[in-house]
Ligand binder design. Structure first.
Ligand code: AHG
Ligand code: MN
Ligand code: MN
Length: 321
């Protein structure tokens, strides 16, 4: 196992060396994500200062308009991902249609991402994140985005929290890296992350309980309360899933009368998180099928999401399936 403190770039290269046939493409692809998200992170850290510095003229010397952070994050991701030349196509929460890039025409991968997740939390200084999901290019058409989640080559997220962490998997376990801001490097802090078999926390927007569609969900949540579970709900999927990955328990965004397929998007929220949770020993379901087995039908498709420790997900299924 790699040593605590190993720099992410070295870790990626060492992983690559284990596969003599590897060409280095995936390493370059992951490095592009790392660079983009470091830049996004630095903008996020300035978020509260933008108006103040703008007034003193310090930040807007080029006379640039202050952009919404989710649009800015999207642009930064696109710029770095395209520049790497490793991605044949990109799809993002912030774009109606995918981008097929000239520079990536020989790229082996396609990527879906949520450039800024939990953006309603920006103004109140609460953790937000970036999520990504990488598949192989197969047909070279939009169909490549509709592959099942279990076919992901890599998936991960960055949580911009009290510290910034990058957590990712290439299908051989999950590793977490913490940004050391003094040197600007992600250092291995959470090697081979494994979820507890059972937790003590449930995470769901209970304000929607009266609108939930799944019969049995209310009873399931009641049963957790009776067993002494506590509730945590940040409202940033990245942060809620990060906690669930470390502490166990369950995170859910079920279908309700307003969001009949749930709120979260399959390609760049549900599927990458399901990949990580499963790699860490947990389970991920819509209540009807495993999230990783779904073949998407459209880029922005939504699915109900239940992610968590084995015990809670199996218990949930006994109530709703
Ligand atoms: P985004 O900011 O990318 O649009 O995602 C918001 C999502 C997700 O992060 C979170 O789990 C969910 O919205 C919270 O929704 P509710 O406020 O409806 O609970
Ligand atoms: Mn999101
Ligand atoms: Mn978003």
């Amino acid at each position: 196992m790699a040593q605590i403190g190993t720099d992410l770039n070295r870790f990626i290269l060492e992983e690559e060396r284990k596969y003599p046939q590897a060409t280095g493409s995936l390493s370059l692809a992951l490095t592009a994500i790392e660079t983009a998200t470091k830049i996004i992170g630095s903008h996020i850290r300035q978020a509260g200062l933008v108006d103040i510095l703008g007034k003193t003229g310090k930040l807007n010397v080029q006379g640039e308009e202050v952009q919404k952070l989710d649009e800015l994050a999207n642009e930064i991701m696109i710029e770095h991902l395209l520049d790497s030349g490793e991605f044949f196509a990109l799809s993002s929460e912030e774009m109606e249609e995918p981008i097929f890039s000239e520079k990536g025409k020989n790229g082996k991968y396609i990527i879906s991402f949520d450039p800024l997740d939990g953006s309603s939390n920006i103004d109140v200084n609460v953790s937000i994140g970036t999520i990504f999901s990488i598949h192989k290019k197969v047909t070279g058409t939009i169909e490549d985005f509709f592959q099942e989640g279990y076919k992901q080559v890599a998936a991960g997220y960055i949580v911009y929290g009290s510290s910034t962490m990058l957590v990712y998997s290439t299908g051989k376990g999950v590793n977490g890296f913490t940004l050391d801001p003094s040197v600007g490097m992600f250092l291995l802090s959470h090697p081979n992350m494994k979820m507890p078999e059972k937790g003590k926390i449930y995470s769901i927007n209970e304000a929607n309980a009266k609108k939930w569609i799944d019969d049995g969900l209310v009873d399931f949540v009641e049963s957790l309360k009776e067993k002494g579970y506590t509730s945590r709900y940040i409202g940033s999927m990245v942060a809620d899933v990060h906690r669930t990955l470390i502490k166990g328990g369950i995170f859910a965004y079920p279908a309700d009368k307003k969001n009949t397929n749930g709120k979260l998007r399959l390609l760049y929220e549900a599927s990458p998180m399901a990949f990580l949770i499963t790699q860490a020993g947990g389970l991920a379901t819509t209540g009807k099928e495993e999230i990783l087995n779904i073949k998407a039908k459209s880029i922005h498709q939504r699915v109900p999401v239940f992610l968590g420790s084995k015990t809670e997900i199996q218990e949930l299924l006994s109530y709703i399936a």
